[in-house]
Design a binder for this molecule. Structure first.
Ligand SMILES: [Zn+2]
Ligand SMILES: [Zn+2]
Length: 389
């Protein structure tokens, strides 16, 4: 009795295999061929199938595949079963872990790292902090407060930072665009390779804005800490910047109204697609009301619309679309009749963004008043109000 097929000729083995796959009784076959293996294991003794159309890219050998049991063969035999007998390379497997592929991957990663390093290490002219705009200073301060590394030089990737930089995606992208386009921040060579779009002819020129690490491209004085103090705990606001500050206050306020509308819509299952009209409406409302009061108006109008929808009077889309006009009408009435509108608080699960808190608390030093009062130039002109810290 034998435990392998060494006692058989090539032709005998071929016949045995054919008879096995044709379904002959295995016990009988084992007896006839003098084999002492378990019936379930016979197929494991068969020589592997050589795939003459497939060659290993590393060793130039034909790929092979192991024989399967007759039941397995009925439903499975696919390309990923093929492998190189020399290096074990599996060209059709999802992620081949043969030594050759692992090494190829390592070299590629090394090359990519070098390319990134080369690109990001290009010399840039550092920017003078005192010459950048008021808004850019606020944006930079926001970014540094939320995401600056210990080395006071690099800004961590926004993704997975857990920070909320701005109330809306649009404002978030404005922060990065404004700073990167003016080279106040630049992509750092220490960024992870995953932050770049790799399957792209343009590699490594295209990257994910919120995934890369940035460095701060400023002219640093000898004692870099002094400049950081000014970035993080600024004293640069003065009436000279009132116009810009007013513009930014309104931008943040509108962003917070849009964010709250989206939040309330989600609660009642309405779809939110803010257009120019929504933006314009909040812009007008902010002439007379604070963000906190507009939260109250939004809350009421969304509740009314949701009620009308649930009572079956109107479609969900119609209900959602009616909210903005209703806010506008309500605000007009409130103004004409001089109603005193109750201010709402920020919901606990809708925290203030880093931009908003940095701007109101640190730059203007007016804290909650940025939320509880309508933005006006008058207020910004009043220096005592502004510097009340
Ligand atoms: Zn190979
Ligand atoms: Zn491989």
């Amino acid at each position: 009795m034998f435990k392998n097929l060494n006692h058989l000729s090539e032709v005998e083995i071929e016949t045995l295999m054919q008879r096995y796959y044709e379904g002959e009784n295995v016990i009988n076959l084992l007896k006839e061929y003098n084999l002492s293996v378990h019936a379930n294991e016979l197929y494991k003794l068969f020589p592997p199938e050589v795939c003459k159309e497939e060659i290993c890219e590393y060793c130039k050998e034909y790929l092979i595949r192991d024989c399967l049991s007759k039941t397995a063969r009925a439903w499975r035999h696919n390309e990923s079963d093929m492998y190189c007998p020399v290096c074990n390379h599996r060209p059709y497997s999802h992620k081949c872990m043969c030594n050759n592929c692992v090494e190829k991957e390592r070299l590629l990663a090394e090359y990519q790292r070098e390319q990134i390093k080369k690109l990001c290490s290009q010399k840039r002219t550092p920017v003078d902090f005192s010459r950048i705009s008021f808004e850019q200073k606020v944006f930079l301060g926001t970014l540094c407060r939320a995401l600056c590394e210990e080395n006071l030089f690099e800004i961590k990737p926004y993704i997975e930072s857990g920070e909320k930089l701005a109330p809306t995606d649009e404002l978030l992208s404005q922060i990065y665009k404004s700073l990167a386009c003016n080279e106040i921040i630049a992509v750092s060579p220490t960024s992870s390779t995953e932050a770049f779009i790799i399957d792209d002819d343009d590699f490594p020129n295209r990257y994910y804005v919120y995934k890369v690490t940035y460095y701060i491209n400023l002219v640093f004085p000898l004692d870099k800490k002094n400049l950081f103090d000014e970035i993080l705990n600024p004293s640069y606001y003065s009436t000279e910047h009132e116009k810009e500050a007013f513009g930014l206050w309104r931008k943040i306020a509108i962003g917070e109204c849009l964010e709250y509308l989206d939040y309330q819509f989600q609660k009642v299952g309405f779809d939110f697609t803010p257009g120019d009209k929504t933006y314009k409406t909040f812009d007008i409302l902010l002439n007379d009301f604070s963000v906190s009061q507009i939260y109250g108006i939004i809350w009421k109008m969304v509740a009314n619309a949701s009620k009308r929808y649930l009572e079956g009077g109107i479609s969900k889309k119609h209900a959602a679309n009616s909210v903005i006009s209703a806010c506008e009408r309500f605000a007009v009435q409130a103004k004409i009749n001089n109603w005193s509108l109750k201010g709402y608080n920020r919901p606990k699960d809708l925290p203030q963004s880093s931009l908003s808190s940095f701007f109101f608390n640190r730059v203007l030093g007016i804290g909650d008043m940025g939320f509880k009062l309508p933005p006006t130039m008058m207020r910004l002109k009043n220096e005592t109000f502004c510097f009340e810290k």
